[in-house]
Design a binder for this molecule. Structure first.
Ligand code: PEP
Ligand code: MN
Length: 307
């Protein structure tokens, strides 16, 4: 790798990746040459190619009717994957009619939505003991921001051999993110299969976020920065990053322009009454409008959102 200028000088180790890190700490995740890009197909959708796949759906798989309705609507507007949480990292432990997980029941509803719409499923896995049941009911396993450095979970998820979407920890450096991905990559490599990981930027903590309810800031710059160092596809999630629906469209378009290889956003049939995060989810109409604009921006940089 020396002479490629892809890492920084070894004299300055720390938060950035050095050439030594690339060679010895993330050999499976690091690019082997400047034009090295991984492509793989999951649920019939190609990642890492010209297509910019879009994953859409509610925060929570609330009930069968809403998830089937959402799947059919987003499919019509051109989404490639249905997303929804059945196992949720709710930030406090008390459950109520408002704050709930639907767990195994939610996974079963996701299967109905998949059958009705034909869309593949991405959903979060949080506990090692639930990996089997989540894996049996999705096409791609999602590791949430809060678990990015849960190394035993990453290892066990890697052992399934399934494609994984690894969200960036909201306080994590690019270095820590890529090193976490290497835990999954190592298990894929041990299974003698290609590494199938999508890295997802979902907003980081920042001193100023421009609105009291916006906890994070979308780090657009990490898209080209990551692509300089890794061959893995980079996804952007403007819903969780902005936490404010009126900003989602522009950040979706900016993500495509910045080179994002995939996109995620939250879509709900009735955003005002969404169980979780009502401020940031888009309605079916808003999603349709966002997809139309994405189509134009993707075309301008020789990418596409049309499978
Ligand atoms: C989610 O995708 O619904 C989610 C909980 O995301 P994050 O882990 O980025 O907060
Ligand atoms: Mn969410």
């Amino acid at each position: 790798m020396s002479g490629t200028n892809m890492g920084v000088d070894n004299k300055f180790p720390g938060k950035d990746l050095t050439e030594d890190d690339l060679q010895n700490k993330i050999p499976l995740v690091a690019k082997k040459r400047p034009d090295h890009r991984t492509t793989f197909t999951c649920g019939g959708v190609e990642f890492g190619g010209k297509l910019v796949p879009v994953m859409a759906g509610p925060n929570t798989c609330e009930n069968e009717e809403m998830i089937v309705r959402t799947a059919l609507a987003i499919k019509k507007s051109g989404a490639h994957f249905l997303r929804a949480g059945a196992f949720k990292p709710l930030s406090f432990p008390y459950r109520s009619a408002k704050f709930f997980e639907t767990r195994e029941q939610g996974l079963a509803w996701l299967q109905v939505a998949k059958k009705e719409s034909g869309l593949p499923i991405v959903t979060e896995v949080m506990e090692i003991s639930k990996i089997d049941v989540v894996a049996q009911n999705c096409d791609m396993l999602q590791i949430g921001t809060r678990n990015m450095q849960n190394y035993p979970l990453l290892t066990e998820v890697g052992k399934t051999g399934m494609p994984v979407m690894l969200k960036r920890g909201y306080g994590a450096s690019l270095r820590d993110w890529l090193m976490a991905a290497e835990y999954i990559a190592l298990e894929h490599d041990r299974l003698n299969q290609p590494v199938q990981i999508v890295l997802c930027e979902r907003g980081v903590v920042a001193p100023h976020t421009h609105r009291a309810t916006s906890r994070f800031m979308l780090d657009l710059q990490v898209i080209p920065a990551a692509q300089e160092l890794t061959h893995l596809p980079i996804m952007s999630d403007p819903s969780h990053a902005t936490f404010w629906q009126p900003w989602v469209k522009s950040m979706m378009l900016a993500s495509i322009a910045a080179g994002a290889d995939a996109l995620m956003l939250e879509v709900h049939p009735d955003p005002v009454n969404a169980a979780v995060d009502p401020l940031q989810c888009s309605s079916f109409e808003q999603f349709d409008d966002i997809m139309k604009a994405c189509r134009k921006v993707a075309q301008a940089i020789d990418r596409t959102v049309d499978a």
